[in-house]
Design a protein around this ligand. Structure first.
Ligand code: DGL
Length: 264
């Protein structure tokens, strides 16, 4: 059992922002990182496409890697397909939910920004979180496919273009009421990977929050008392399409502990 991995799943490299805090809590755990390169990006897809794709794909991944737990390290897939995945697979599934509650705890101005993919920010799930945890806040949302691409490009070694980040944030801060935002939820796992670029491009000092640390604690709690290998071993990254664009991620993946790359 000590060899059974935790499988992290995202459309691309975003899930690495969950891997990092999980690794800090579980230093010798075996991790497999799965990226649906053939289905990327999720944020511009319909609910029906994501709901049809994700449970079946996770079923194939679970058969191949026999994980003890799966982390859907993707807000888009979690807000749309989490119940279907849980119904289809007989193992613990941890999802990634926009950190609206945390933002509401921190906001002084009571105006919160939610930055996610187009598919995530339009989900009733996000409106429910706002109603439950931020009822006294104005919650402004913005979906950005460009920011997902910027994060992917950064991990392939591209230089940052500050104007591109400013343009993304203008979509949030230039909305009516946007000048009162003091906390922004990074509601896409790709976005913490470009935290420095976002902070530099923000029109003023605002706080960015995400769910990474909380998800890592949840993973640790669900696996408490389980056996792990004695020492850390290299992890495997698996792609649903493996071409030059994916191989260009090898140095970034190695920095997160994934030295082996394979196709599904
Ligand atoms: N990283 C994903 C998320 O958390 C989605 C990125 C995409 O494929 O659009 O929503």
């Amino acid at each position: 059992m000590s060899d059974a991995p935790i499988l992290f799943f995202d459309s691309g490299v975003g899930g690495l922002s969950i891997v990092a805090p999980a690794r800090a809590l579980l230093p010798t755990a075996r991790f497999v990182y799965a990226a649906d390169a053939a289905g990327f990006p999720y944020g511009t897809k319909s609910e029906a496409e994501i709901a049809a794709r994700v449970p079946a794909l996770l079923g194939r991944l679970a058969e191949r890697y026999r994980p003890r737990l799966i982390v859907i390290a993707c807000n888009t897939a979690s807000t749309i397909a989490l119940p279907a995945v849980r119904a289809a697979l007989d193992l613990p599934i941890v999802g990634t939910v926009p950190a609206v509650k945390r933002a509401a705890e921190l906001s002084v101005t009571r105006t919160i920004g939610v930055l996610g993919t187009d598919a995530t920010v339009r989900q009733a799930y996000v409106a429910d979180l706002a109603a439950r945890f931020a009822a006294d806040c104005t919650v402004l949302r913005h979906g950005s496919a460009a920011l997902v691409e910027l994060a992917e490009a950064k991990l392939r070694g591209a230089a940052a273009d500050p104007a591109a980040y400013r343009a993304v944030l203008a979509g949030l801060f230039d909305q009516p009421g946007g000048d009162s935002i003091d906390v922004v939820v990074n509601a896409c796992t790709h976005f913490p990977l470009v935290a420095d670029e976002l902070a530099a491009a923000a029109p003023r000092a605002v706080r960015f929050v995400d769910g990474g640390a909380g998800i890592a604690r949840r993973i640790a709690a669900l696996t408490e008392g389980q056996d792990w290998p004695d020492r850390a071993a290299s992890g495997t990254a698996v792609f649903t399409r493996l071409g030059a664009a994916e191989r260009a991620l090898a140095p970034a993946l190695a920095a997160y502990g994934f030295d082996a790359i394979e196709g599904l």
